[in-house]
Design a binder for this molecule. Structure first.
Ligand code: ZN
Length: 252
């Protein structure tokens, strides 16, 4: 019997996750949260153009008057002493120690950014961290050896693939949709109607919690809730973390 899996993927370990998690619990959603172990409690503001965050300004240098031309939302990371409690019941995965652009790192830096983050998160959360998301979606080609050395089994990039198949290369795993895409519901409906046939199907929804604060037509808290509602209505879709989807897919 083939199955359909649905997982959310959130990056950066943000304060908005505290608002996301109760909604996810309400709708029985599963998710993987990609954290930077070297940036707990870090505070910046994220400016947007359209629906996309494009620049971060440290909170210490942020003055609303100086930034009045560009809409900004808080990009505050959860402090270290709160993370274990906040993410209870959800998968935590790596996003490098310091949100490094891995395409611009030396091999030594890549091994430190990935290896030390996986180790720190595994220690803190008490289970082996095996998931990863590339900051800025960059460096998949260059990071393969460092990811394998750290025991990473799957790593998310930021390209989109709507075949709803498990990725041929788990270390370069595309998303099925970024929640803020105008095509999100169209893609969801295609997934809901798809017949797994010979192989399992997998829908990976990508988001940053701060994007819901944009409050634009395509990126807002109401849309987040409507996505959860639509997925929860599907009796044949299994909601889980990315790691659980891979495990269940592997074990059949
Ligand atoms: Zn990130």
């Amino acid at each position: 019997m083939r199955h359909k899996y649905f997982a959310w993927s959130f990056d950066d370990g943000l304060e908005q996750d505290k608002k996301i998690i109760p909604i996810m619990r309400q709708y029985g959603m599963g998710a993987t949260f990609h954290l930077n172990s070297g940036l707990y409690g870090d505070k910046t503001y994220e400016g947007r153009i359209g629906n996309l965050g494009f620049t971060e300004t440290p909170a210490a240098r942020f003055h609303p008057k100086a930034f009045h031309l560009v809409p900004y939302v808080p990009h505050f990371r959860i402090p270290e002493d709160e993370v274990v409690q906040v993410y209870e019941g959800f998968e935590v995965a790596s996003h490098t120690c310091t949100h490094a652009n891995l395409a611009r790192c030396s091999e030594e830096q890549r091994r430190a950014e990935i290896g030390n983050d996986v180790k720190a998160l595994s220690q803190k959360f008490g289970y082996p961290v095996t998931g990863f998301a590339y900051p800025y979606g960059a460096g998949a080609k260059e990071s393969r050896a460092a990811l394998q050395a750290a025991g990473v089994a799957y790593a998310r990039v930021v390209t989109t693939d709507t075949s709803f198949r498990f990725p041929a290369d788990p270390l370069s795993m595309p998303m099925s949709s970024w929640h803020l895409s105008p095509k999100t519901f169209e893609r969801l409906n295609a997934f809901f109607q798809a017949d797994p046939g010979e192989d399992d199907l997998f829908f990976l929804m990508f988001a940053h919690g701060y994007e819901f604060d944009f409050n634009t037509k395509e990126s807002n808290w109401d849309k987040f809730q409507r996505i959860c509602e639509a997925v929860a209505r599907q009796d044949d879709v299994i909601c889980c973390s990315i790691g659980e989807a891979f495990r269940m897919h592997r074990e059949g």
